[in-house]
Design a protein around this ligand. Structure first.
Ligand SMILES: [Zn+2]
Ligand SMILES: [Zn+2]
Length: 175
């Protein structure tokens, strides 16, 4: 997915569309709780907007995850909005003065005339991965004592950790 600054700058009203499927299995390889990933569907439009190339659209995939509480496998769709601005670095040195520095935080300065947006797409995916996958908000998880899946069957184990400071109070009330 190559962006060419000069090409876009000379055809200002034109939008270049990218529609691709990217294999992200390598990207999520070191996440043991991500069991598999469907190819990432990339739908992005690049256009030249006041000195910058704006790339906007969405990324979509579906992940097979292992629940962090009950270890059950489940599928979770992931839809990631994408919006990034790119400026050819030569433009930066000519046009940007120090006052604009804060506003430029989200702009990527690219030294080359042509560049690949794939690394930016991959970065967006990495930042959007579920941090701690949970099959359902209400998932009760596995019993730490007997290992039973508490979503399927309640067990008799007492797993509430008693606060030693409250134990004394309880005894006092029981008297
Ligand atoms: Zn679960
Ligand atoms: Zn149990």
């Amino acid at each position: 997915m190559i962006i060419n600054f000069r090409q876009l700058a000379t055809r200002k009203d034109e939008t270049i569309s990218f529609q691709e499927q990217i294999d992200i299995s390598d990207l999520v390889r070191n996440r043991t709780d991500i069991l598999s990933s469907e190819p990432l569907s990339v739908e992005l439009d690049a256009s030249y907007v006041s000195g910058a190339v704006q790339v906007a659209g969405k990324l979509e995939t579906r992940l097979e995850l292992s629940c962090s509480r009950c270890l059950e496998h489940f599928y979770q769709p992931l839809e990631i909005p994408f919006y990034e601005l790119f400026v050819h670095q030569k433009v930066k040195s000519e046009d940007t003065d120090a006052d604009d520095a804060d506003e430029d935080e989200d702009i990527h300065f690219i030294p080359e005339e042509k560049f690949d947006i794939t690394p930016f797409v991959e970065e967006n995916v990495l930042l959007s991965l579920p941090f701690i996958p949970v099959c359902e908000e209400e998932c009760k998880g596995l019993c730490p004592v007997c290992g039973a899946d508490r979503n399927l069957q309640p067990c008799e184990c007492k797993t509430e950790k008693a606060d030693p400071r409250l134990e004394g109070l309880k005894e006092w009330f029981n008297k």
